[in-house]
Design a protein around this ligand. Structure first.
Ligand SMILES: Nc1ncnc2c1ncn2[C@@H]1O[C@H](COP(=O)(O)OP(=O)(O)OP(=O)(O)O)[C@@H](O)[C@H]1O
Ligand SMILES: [Mg+2]
Length: 249
């Protein structure tokens, strides 16, 4: 389990906190996450990673993009694929256009090379959503989509999938069929235990391989207050491959 501190000042969208000249207090968490991801993939079988959370605004897009930059800096070739068709945001963090992405490739006739955007960060490419996608299941179950992911798997060291929240959009069911595992995010002080348990149960019920938990927006001060008052869990989440039942408290 990893913790990402709450950033006191942040805008309406995430930011790239890692990379050259970044402050150590921000890079530290992403470096640890990157090391865990490298370790998990020691056998080369955990390359396509699906990033999920129970509800929205838990930091998925921020973690996906920063993890990509962090992996890129260690000479890993990474592609971020924006599979949050409802609220695609990865292009904003990389200051790139959303145009020409999954929609144009799967539903139109754009070439694969045309939809891969190079970001300003070393070794990091991006595939955006592109135009609006009205029937996400149709795209996600298509042979063309599955074949795209397989091609990316063979061309990159990591394929990071930014996804919509589990309890709000059912796309995770299809995405977990093509990913090697799920990084599950929990926003400290926001997501309830019931939401976390429901989302993890949903993922597991559909055969997803939950690789680990990332705790975002962690506030040490608040954690102390809440645990002293006995009203809140402190360092309480641990899912991975253990029974969810054990972790309810
Ligand atoms: N560690 C953090 N501390 C505080 N705020 C954060 C942190 N990480 C992200 N945020 C902020 O939280 C908001 C949501 O972040 P982000 O867009 O990454 O979440 P998301 O899970 O992808 O949301 P959505 O489900 O809507 O796509 C943004 O305003 C972002 O700046
Ligand atoms: Mg997002």
């Amino acid at each position: 389990m990893l913790f990402f501190k709450k950033k006191s000042k942040h805008g309406m969208q995430g930011k790239i906190y890692v990379g050259e000249g970044a402050k150590e207090k921000y890079t530290e968490g992403y470096n640890r996450l990157k090391d865990n991801v490298l370790y998990m993939n020691a056998d080369g079988n955990k390359k396509v990673i699906q990033v999920e959370s129970a509800v929205s605004a838990e930091g998925k897009t921020t973690v996906v993009c920063n993890l990509a930059v962090s992996l890129g800096l260690t000479d890993k070739k990474v592609v971020v694929v924006d599979l949050d068709f409802r609220r695609p945001r990865t292009h904003r963090l990389f200051s790139l256009s959303k145009d020409n992405g999954i929609a144009e490739y799967i539903l139109g006739d754009a070439d694969k090379e045309k939809i891969i955007k190079h970001t300003a960060y070393k070794n990091v490419d991006l595939i955006t959503r592109g135009a609006e996608i009205y029937n996400s299941s149709l795209v996600l179950v298509s042979d063309k989509f599955k074949s795209l992911i397989e091609q990316l798997r063979s061309e990159y060291d990591y394929v990071l999938l930014d996804c919509a929240p589990v309890l709000q959009v059912s796309d995770y069911i299809h995405i977990s069929k093509i990913s090697d595992g799920v990084l599950f995010l929990v926003a400290y002080g926001q997501t309830t235990k019931t939401e976390v348990a429901d989302a993890v149960n949903e993922l597991k019920k559909n055969g997803a391989n939950v690789l680990g938990t990332v705790f975002t927006m962690y506030d040490r001060k608040k954690d102390k207050e809440l645990s002293n008052s006995g009203r809140y869990y402190s360092y309480g989440y641990r899912y991975n491959d253990k029974d969810v039942e054990e972790n309810k408290d």
